[in-house]
Write a protein that binds this ligand. Sequence first.
Ligand SMILES: [Zn+2]
Length: 358
Amino acid sequence: MTRTYLPLDAADAAKYRTRVTLLGTAGGPPWWDGSDRTGISTAITVNDAVYLIDCGEGWGPQFRKSGLGPAGFQKGLDNMRAVFITHHHSDHMVDYPNLLLLAWHNGSDGLKQPIQIHGPGDRGALPPIFAEEKREFLPEVFHPESPTPGLVESSEKLLQAYALDINDRMRDNAKQDLREIFEFHDIELPAGTGDDPNGNPTPGMEPFEIYRDDNVRVTAILVDHRPVFPAFAFRFDTPDGAIVISGDTGVCGNLVTISEGADILLHECIDMDWVDGLMGPDSPKPDPNLMQHMLAAHTAIEEVGPQAEKAGVGTLVLTHLVPGNTPPEKWQKAQIGFSGNLVVGEDLMHFGLGEPRD
Ligand SMILES: [Zn+2]
């Protein structure tokens, strides 16, 4: 039986062994007019170990404000165990370098265990050019030597770009070798998945384990965010319940599979009226193909509820809201087709799972 969870403030959430904290709830790379939502990022805390999912713009300052780190000089990254990246879009990754470069100044220097970072591997093929037949000029491939790198390669190249700082800190400030602080992993798809980045990116499959420790078991499944591939949803099974993070996805059977019976499903959402205004029939540049394209890669407000209902989820929390400035009342329409508890996510909203500790 799943339970209903309501948002808590930081002090109340701290009473729980297992917590979910929305660090940032905006989707998309634009800076949304009139919105103070931070870029997409979520923290899950179990027994004070922190697991970070995605590194959207501003996750670091939000992490400090969240109260998840201990007070004092140590800023809390000493409690970070693992990081999970759902896919390689910039709005999920843009502040990833902050983690790599600032960690040893903010708690992680002298870590006993490296922070484990898991993300999608190399796409393996370039995506097709959208509406190729209508384009006047076709884009040159950027960085043809490796045009679709995975997490391990991206991370190593980011560190190379900052070699001067890294060498300076290690030589002049006697900082621990940065290579001992992080371990990078490309998420390997199980053999026989039958995925095809430019064909069917989401064959029906079972969630597969990518990480496990004494607090959590993390499983992943492919979701439909074409042409971005691989794109993952993650499930965290904790001693106090299960939390699923959809990542970016259109309506997709695999998302229902991984969300089966979850206590909390954090799901992305797009306001199609906004897309309509940009490229719908009454817009300056009507392009029905582009509309379809956006719809296939994201889940519209009225489509989220039925997905959560099929999965039998207890609490559905909307996050990764596109655009970030759509009013909260409108997102409430996601209740349509869902008999459980709906929460429209806000930055620094917390949930506690299980029972509060004394
Ligand atoms: Zn995306």
